[in-house]
Design a protein around this ligand. Structure first.
Ligand SMILES: C[S@@+](CC[C@H](N)C(=O)[O-])C[C@H]1O[C@@H](n2cnc3c(N)ncnc32)[C@H](O)[C@@H]1O
Length: 194
């Protein structure tokens, strides 16, 4: 493939796809380049947009259960915007979903912090702190049922009206015995939760 960089909008692109043009008579395509240097990356990342909003019983962060071993038992709904609703086709077959959402009521970040119930600080990337460089959150919920563009789910931990960025079916092929839970293991034992 040719490597000449061009710029389409704010996205660097490679030139024509040479392999493609050799093998077919179809018109050559421009390709979006997928590997960038870190400084370049910071300039060209996409602008996230909400695909919908979570409706949950939590109006305030103090209401969301916290601490080692906490189980999230609250029900809520994920209300998907009409323009994205078609993307829910066939979702009913999955019992659990990854929900990717925004800590929209977080301000700034700390690279070190002590989570609730901890006295020792840990690195932000070793925690699920809402105060992160990119305020992106991930929650696994159980899908109870779908009603049109509304997903009824169990296990929410986000505030009411939280923007949702994406939903994916939950899958994990990691055997439980190979999972290590880092500092959480000790914290949960101290709290008598495991
Ligand atoms: C510890 S974080 C974990 C969130 C997600 N499960 C994760 O791992 O990314 C959950 C906490 O984030 C806070 N929170 C929930 N929704 C939020 C929002 N929309 N904006 C800012 N903070 C939020 C609440 O204090 C809640 O207890």
């Amino acid at each position: 493939m040719l490597k000449a960089d061009g710029v389409a909008g704010s996205y660097p692109i490679t030139d024509l796809d040479a392999e493609h043009t050799e093998k077919t008579s179809a018109p050559p395509r421009l390709r979006v380049k997928t590997s960038y240097s870190a400084p370049m990356m910071n300039d060209i990342l996409f602008t996230p947009r909400a695909i919908g909003f979570a409706r949950t019983p939590f109006k305030d962060t103090a209401q969301v259960p916290k601490g080692p071993g906490t189980k999230h038992e609250a029900d809520g709904t994920l209300e998907i915007l009409p323009e994205f609703a078609q993307g829910l086709k066939d979702i009913e077959g999955f019992s659990h979903l990854f929900v990717i959402w925004v800590f929209d009521r977080s301000d700034g970040y700390d690279l070190l912090g002590a989570p609730p119930g901890e006295t020792v600080p840990h690195g932000v990337f070793a925690t699920r702190s809402p105060r992160r460089p990119n305020p992106i959150a991930l929650t696994v919920v159980e899908l109870l049922r779908r009603e049109g563009a509304t997903l009824h789910v169990h296990g929410v931990d986000m505030l009411d009206n939280t923007p949702i960025l994406d939903i994916k079916p939950y899958m994990s092929s990691i055997p439980i015995e190979t999972l290590r839970r880092g500092w959480l293991e000790d914290a949960e034992q101290r709290a008598g939760k495991r």
